[in-house]
Ligand binder design. Structure first.
Ligand SMILES: *[C@@H]1O[C@H](CO)[C@@H](O)[C@H](O)[C@H]1NC(C)=O
Ligand SMILES: *[C@@H]1O[C@H](CO)[C@@H](O)[C@H](O)[C@H]1NC(C)=O
Length: 487
């Protein structure tokens, strides 16, 4: 068989995402070599979806490598975990120094950090690339978040930016940072997605069980919201989901079992936040809300023991227009808190791992193509463009004013939720964070006193920060203090 180096890039893994990325690359004039461990998949793909394109196939990794122009670019879209390591192991002996290995799967950033180091030591260029946007995004423009060995970027930039989603003419793809930065940013994206989804669910719950709106009415509300500040993919699909009818003519969504699944990226974000001591409370609450939802049987039993408070809902139901607007504002304010928290986490991770993250460019990567795409991310980009070293999103004028104008409604909605017994963990924790963040004094002085009282952990005086002292609180204790620690 004659093997000519014809392909610009190879792609391993012909599940839907892989096939769609290949077709997308082909659309943009790149020659792609397709490979799958089950080689019949390659034949099937070439004979069907890829028919009439410039896509070529390979039946072995050797053949695939031989068909690649140099430096060779090999992208994997395979199941995260051991499959990635196994392909890397098989590829290394076939490739040369300077060749590029790209992992476009949903890998943990710590794995990308490890792979980047191992492959750099051998002279290869590793890229861990977050890909978001689902099947549709992969086909017509995903959000791409590549990180790893910076030397790889000039060799993949043209392909990645060509196939990515665009906002105007700006690609939703830029170099994120070294080693695991791309997959870390993708992880935080997914965490924020958990938060956005939970916020929309709480608005839905309040409109349904507080205001008594029908699904068609709620569909209309979401459609209206989608014309303003909340304009986003998730609000848009929520409107369509509300309106979607089952065969019997009733709304399908009401027949779906209320037990949420999860694959782990929200949890990883929350774990990373805990590790780094960052109060990313809204994502954390959103993960826990899914956990609570999945205890369906326990909840069903408890619902018989603890019925909802009996509240006269007529004041809400007779004034739905006003309350819908309040709920919208509560959602918007909470969403701002969630993104502020997400960027706080990114900042801390950048410090820990020495990444030079460009927060404006991350906002742009999320602006289009991905699941959290929204008008709002354009405002975030503007905030970081105006001030790249912005300490916190909340301190930007645009967001400061937005929070101030929503604040009253936000508080009222949480009051209403508490009164009628509709759970709003994300709305509520966002407000609690906001009230904590804007407090010069918190009651943590008492925590310090308690810690010193029972454990001699020492404390600082407001008048003398940095100096830790211990007090003989009881007249019984010794003056030996425990070593200080911060957690
Ligand atoms: C091969 O293709 C199938 C789907 O057709 C996919 O599920 C699988 O992940 C692919 N695997 C590899 C390693 O190429
Ligand atoms: C703590 O206070 C009591 C009562 O004032 C005193 O008897 C004791 O010696 C003190 N302990 C130390 C270690 O100073």
């Amino acid at each position: 068989m004659s093997t000519e180096a014809v392909a610009d890039i190879a792609l391993i893994g012909l599940a839907v995402m892989g096939q769609n990325i290949i077709l997308n690359m082909n659309d943009h004039g790149f020659v792609v070599c397709a490979y799958n461990r089950t080689t019949e998949k390659v034949d099937k793909f070439l004979a069907n979806e890829a028919k009439g394109t410039n896509i070529v196939g390979a039946k072995s990794l050797e053949e695939m490598v031989a068909k690649l122009k140099k430096p060779r670019r090999v992208m994997m879209l395979v199941k995260a975990g051991s499959a990635v390591d196994s392909f890397i192991e098989q590829l290394v002996p076939l490739l040369e120094k300077g060749d590029i290995i790209i992992d476009g799967g949903n890998s943990e950033y710590t794995d990308s950090q490890r792979r980047c180091k191992t492959l750099s030591d051998k002279g290869f260029l590793f890229v861990g690339c977050g890909v978001s946007g689902g099947e549709e995004g992969a086909r017509y423009g995903p959000s791409l978040m590549p990180g790893g060995c910076a030397g790889a970027w000039p060799h993949v930039k043209d392909i990645f930016q060509a196939i990515s989603a665009k906002v105007g003419s700006d690609p939703c793809c830029d170099w994120v940072g070294s080693d695991g930065a791309g997959h870390y940013v993708k992880m935080v994206h997914n965490g924020i997605e958990y938060g956005d989804m939970q916020l929309i669910c709480e608005a839905y719950d309040l409109m349904k069980n507080g205001l008594g709106l029908s699904n068609d009415e709620m569909s209309k509300v979401f459609a209206d919201w989608n014309k303003g500040e909340l304009d986003s993919f998730l609000i848009e699909i929520s409107s369509e989901i509300m309106a979607f009818k089952d065969k019997d003519g009733g709304p399908l969504v009401e027949k779906i079992r209320d037990a949420a699944g999860q694959k782990g990226t929200g949890k990883w974000t929350a774990i990373s936040a805990l590790d780094k001591g960052m109060p990313v409370t809204l994502i954390g609450e959103s993960v826990f809300a899914r956990c609570l939802s999945s205890l369906k049987d326990e909840r069903t039993a408890a619902s018989k023991v603890f019925p909802a408070p009996s509240v006269d809902l007529s004041k809400y139901k007779s004034n739905t227009k006003e309350y819908i607007e309040q709920i919208r504002q509560a959602l918007y304010a909470s969403k701002i808190i969630s993104y502020a928290q997400g960027f706080m986490l990114l900042k801390e991770a950048a410090k820990t791992y020495n990444w030079e993250l460009n927060y404006g460019s991350i906002a742009l990567m999320w602006r289009g193509g991905c699941i959290i795409r929204s008008r709002f991310l354009g405002n975030i980009k503007e905030a970081f463009d105006k001030n790249p070293s912005l300490q916190n999103l909340l301190m930007d004028d645009f967001f400061k004013n937005a929070i101030l104008s929503c604040q009253v409604s936000w508080r009222k909605v949480i009051g209403m939720a508490a009164e009628i017994g509709v759970p709003t963990p994300a709305f509520s924790c966002a407000l609690a964070f906001f009230d904590g963040y804007r407090s010069e004094r918190l009651p943590a002085n008492l925590i310090q006193a308690q810690r010193d009282y029972f454990g001699a952990h020492t404390y600082e005086l407001l008048s003398n920060p940095g100096t830790f002292i211990h007090t003989n609180w009881t007249g019984r204790g010794g003056d030996v203090s425990a070593s200080t620690y911060s957690a």
